[in-house]
Each structure stands twice: as C-alpha cells, then as structure tokens.
Design a protein around this ligand. Structure first.
Ligand code: AKG
Ligand code: FE2
Length: 250
C-alpha cells in the first residue's frame, strides 16, 4: 500500500520521517545501481503519528514489529558478545534506540534483470541485522568466495553480522557480504532491522592485539559515505586497519 503511492507522494509528503530513497544517486555505471526503493526509518520515529499520514494502521504494525526485532537483535548480540568476552552488557551500554533503523525495501520487477542488482553487494555498517524476506528470493551471500543463494522462507528470519561486530570481535565474527539479484517477473519485499551504537560510541576490540584502530560509529559512517561518493562503493573496515593508520600517518 505504502509503496503503491505515486512517486511524488512517497518522495515529498514527509511519510515515515521523509525517509524515502530509490535507486543509487551516486552510481556512475549499471553495476553500481540498485533497482530498489526503501524507507529507512529511525526507531525513535517509528511510533510518531506524524510519520504515517493517512496510514494510521501501519503505525501499530510498525511499532510492534520494531519492538520485537529490537528485542531479538539485542538478545542475540548480547549472547554473541558474552560468548566472546564475558561482556554481553556492551551492547546495551552503547546501542540506543536513537541510532537503530528499520528499513522497508521493495524491489520492483526489472526488465533488464540480468544486468542490474536489486541491491549492490555490500556489508552492513552496524552490529547486527535481522532480515525478513518474502517468498520471492534473490538474496545471496558470500561464502568461501562464492555467492550462495539464501532460500526464501517467509517463516524464518535471517541474522547477519555487521561491520561493527566484526571490528569489536577482532574478526572472529565476520560481517557477511550480501546482495540482492533483480527479478524480471516478480517484485520482492524485505524488512531489515539494524542494531547500531550511538554515533559517538567508540568501537574498540575485545581482544588484543587489535586488528583495527578504534573509531566511533559516526566516524565510520562518514568514511563510508565519503567513499561511496568518491569511488561509487563502500570500502568499509579495511579503511580502519591498524597498518593502514600507520601508512596514512607516516
Ligand atoms: O532485501 C534483502 O534481502 C537485503 C536487504 C539488505 O541487505 C539491506 O537493506 O541492507
Ligand atoms: Fe544489507
């Protein structure tokens, strides 16, 4: 319903905190372009009546869904952190609602599906992502240097480790590279919950010697945005390797 609105309304009516995005504004060639549209809503706005306009019933669903996703994401992240460092509390210490997001994705059927991604290959810039996908399929992840299709199961959730958990775990947990293939016939929907720390929290490693230098989430996001703008793709964690810091400084 929400996605079926005319483009003008999605883009200009302030819906869901004005969070509507489509395609890839920075793309300079087809392989950098994502054939999808999304609402990317901060958790703090989810229960805000003003975000929903005429879609009042959506507010109830979104609020309940976000609360359930948030609870699950925190529980899983806490257990994973506890297993590694005996410090599961780190997650609740640094992850506030204010920096977490819910993202509604729609992938329209694509007439040139062989040449275009639904979503370009990437890793998520968060601690942990919980993903719900419908029955269409198209999500693939990188395993042992090969793309593997994730079998769609609308009764299951997918849990992905993000870049920040990889840095914090000193590469024990791996931020999984993933992408969505476009589909010529069917449109596809997914919803992702991103568990993020506050922008000023320092992400260090729970183990020494640390592979990455310490950085804040704010710094990380800024670097990712700069790289995407300059190069058309994200560099991510390699930018924050200790050795890279040394190279840059000397
Ligand atoms: O739609 C999907 O299955 C993946 C979505 C995703 O990777 C993202 O929103 O970061
Ligand atoms: Fe993702």
């Amino acid at each position: 319903m929400l996605f079926k609105l005319p483009f003008e309304m999605k883009a200009t009516c302030g819906l869901l905190n004005n969070s509507y995005r489509w395609g890839t504004p920075t793309a300079t060639c087809p392989k950098q372009f994502s054939w999808s549209e999304a609402f990317h809503i901060p958790l703090t706005k989810i229960s805000d009546q003003a975000c929903y306009g005429e879609f009042t019933s959506l507010r109830v669903v979104m609020t309940e869904f976000a609360a359930a996703m948030s609870k699950l994401a925190r529980l899983l992240a806490r257990i994973l952190a506890q297993n590694l460092s005996n410090h599961g509390g780190i997650i609740d210490e640094i992850c506030y609602e204010s920096s977490c997001f819910l993202r509604l994705n729609r992938y329209p059927a694509c007439p040139v599906s062989a040449k275009i991604f639904g979503l370009v290959p990437h890793t998520d810039s968060d601690f942990l992502t919980i993903l719900y996908q419908d029955e269409v399929g198209g999500l693939q992840l990188m395993k042992d240097s090969k793309w593997v299709a994730v079998k769609p199961n609308p009764d299951a959730l997918i849990v992905n480790i993000g870049d920040l958990f990889q840095a914090w775990s000193n590469d024990v947990y791996k931020s999984v590279e993933h992408k969505v293939m476009a589909n010529e016939q069917k449109e596809r929907y997914s919803v992702a919950y991103f568990l993020c720390p506050s922008y000023d929290s320092l992400i260090g490693s729970c183990r020494e010697p640390s592979t990455y230098r310490k950085f804040t989430f704010g710094e990380y996001r800024k670097q990712v945005q700069e790289d995407v703008k300059k190069m058309g793709h994200k560099v991510g964690l390699p930018r924050f390797l200790q050795s890279q810091t040394v190279d840059v400084q000397h």
